[in-house]
Design a protein around this ligand. Structure first.
Ligand SMILES: [Zn+2]
Length: 335
C-alpha cells in the first residue's frame, strides 16, 4: 500500500514537473522560428547597408532567414500577440507584418509575397481606397486580430528590396525605441553558418595594411584613426556576415567597443558612425573611433584623450553571433 502511495506521489510530482516545464517553455522565451524551411541565416544584425539612392549608410535592423530561395513558404508568428501594423508595398520591406507581444516587443516579418487570408478583407478594402501599388501602413487596435504563436501569418517572397526570396525578421523594443538582435532569442533554434571569422585588413589614417600578429603599425597623427575589415565568411560560396562585437584594448584597458545587441532607432540611418569608406552590404570597415558614445558603441574612451600614447600595446577582439572569437595583438608606435 505504502509503496503504491509513494509511486502515486512521485507520478503526481512528475506530472507537476512536466506541467511546470511546459509552462516555463511556453511562457519564457519559447519562440517559434518564423521560417521553418531551413535553419539557415543569410545576414546578421547590424550589417552595413547603403540606402537605395546611396546618400546614406544604415544598419541592417534584423536578421535574414533563408527560405532556401523559395517563395510562398509559410511564415509563422514567433510568439503570441496581436496584429499591430501591416505595410503594403514598402520600398525596402515590401509587404511586412508587425506583431506586438505582451512584453512590449514587436516582431517584424518582411518581403512577404502574401498576407494570411485572415487579414485580406482589410487590406483589399484599403487597396480599393488608395490603389494597389501604393505604399500603405495599416494599423490595428489590440482587439482586432489576436495572433497565436506559430500561426501562419503570410507567405515568403521577395517584395521590396531583396536579392532573393527570404524572410527579413526583426525584434523592436517599442518602448525604448531600439532594435534588438533577434539571435539573442533565436540563436539556439538555428544552425551556425559554415563560416570562418576573419580579421582581413586594418586601416590606419586611411592606409590599408595587412594583419600581422604582434606586428608594429606606425602613425603620425595626434589621434590615429583605426578601422578594421572583419567578417564571418562562408566556406562555400560568397556568403558573409557582419560581426557581433569588436573590442579594442589599449595597454590592457578596454578602450572602445562596438556591440550589436541593440541599435536605437535614432541611430539606424547613421551607419557612417560605425562603417568607414568603401563599406557596403558585403564589405565592412568598422571604425574603432567615434566622437559619440551611443549604441551600438558601448565603450568609447577616445573622448577623454587629447593625444594617443607614443607607443601602445593594442589588442582587438572580434566576436560573432555564434561564439567564435578572433584576437589580434599589435603595437602602435608614433613615427
Ligand atoms: Zn534583411
Amino acid at each position: 500500500m505504502g509503496q503504491a502511495k509513494q509511486r502515486k506521489t512521485s507520478l503526481a510530482f512528475m506530472a507537476f514537473s512536466i506541467t511546470l516545464l511546459v509552462w516555463t517553455v511556453t511562457f519564457f522565451g519559447a519562440y517559434t522560428l518564423p521560417s521553418q524551411v531551413s535553419k539557415k541565416t543569410t545576414s546578421s544584425f547590424g550589417e552595413c547597408r547603403n540606402s537605395n539612392d546611396l546618400t546614406y549608410t544604415r544598419f541592417h535592423a534584423g536578421i535574414d532567414l533563408s527560405t532556401n530561395g523559395l517563395e510562398n513558404t509559410n511564415i509563422y508568428a514567433t510568439e503570441e500577440g496581436y496584429l499591430w501594423k501591416i505595410w503594403v508595398n514598402h520600398e525596402d520591406y515590401g509587404n511586412a507584418i508587425y506583431i506586438m507581444h505582451a512584453d512590449g516587443i514587436a516582431s517584424v516579418y518582411g518581403h512577404l509575397n502574401r498576407f494570411s487570408d485572415r487579414f485580406l478583407p482589410v487590406i483589399q478594402s484599403a487597396m480599393i481606397e488608395f490603389g494597389e501599388a501604393t505604399y500603405m501602413e495599416i494599423t490595428f487596435s489590440p482587439n482586432e486580430y489576436t495572433i497565436r504563436r506559430g500561426e501562419t501569418i503570410g507567405l515568403s517572397g521577395q517584395t521590396g528590396t531583396a536579392l532573393a526570396p527570404h524572410c527579413h525578421f526583426e525584434f523592436i523594443d517599442v518602448r525604448h525605441e531600439e532594435y534588438i538582435n533577434p539571435l539573442l532569442y533565436l540563436r539556439d533554434l538555428l544552425d551556425p553558418p559554415l563560416a570562418d571569422l576573419k580579421i582581413e585588413r586594418v586601416r590606419i589614417d586611411g592606409e590599408a595594411l595587412s594583419i600581422v600578429e604582434n606586428g608594429t603599425l606606425y602613425f603620425t597623427s595626434a589621434i590615429p584613426k583605426i578601422e578594421i575589415n572583419t567578417r564571418l565568411s562562408n566556406r562555400t560560396g560568397q556568403g558573409k556576415y557582419g560581426v557581433k562585437a569588436i573590442t579594442f584594448f589599449v595597454n590592457e584597458a578596454e578602450f572602445y567597443k562596438i556591440l550589436f545587441d541593440r541599435i536605437p532607432r535614432k541611430m539606424l540611418e547613421n551607419g557612417d558612425v560605425v562603417f568607414g569608406e568603401g563599406s557596403n552590404h558585403s564589405n565592412y570597415w568598422y571604425k574603432l573611433y567615434a566622437s559619440l558614445q551611443e549604441k551600438p558603441i558601448v565603450v568609447n574612451l577616445w573622448k577623454n584623450l587629447s593625444t594617443f600614447p607614443d607607443l601602445a600595446a593594442c589588442r582587438i577582439i572580434v566576436e560573432d553571433d555564434w561564439g567564435n572569437v578572433k584576437t589580434w595583438n599589435f603595437k602602435l608606435r608614433r613615427k
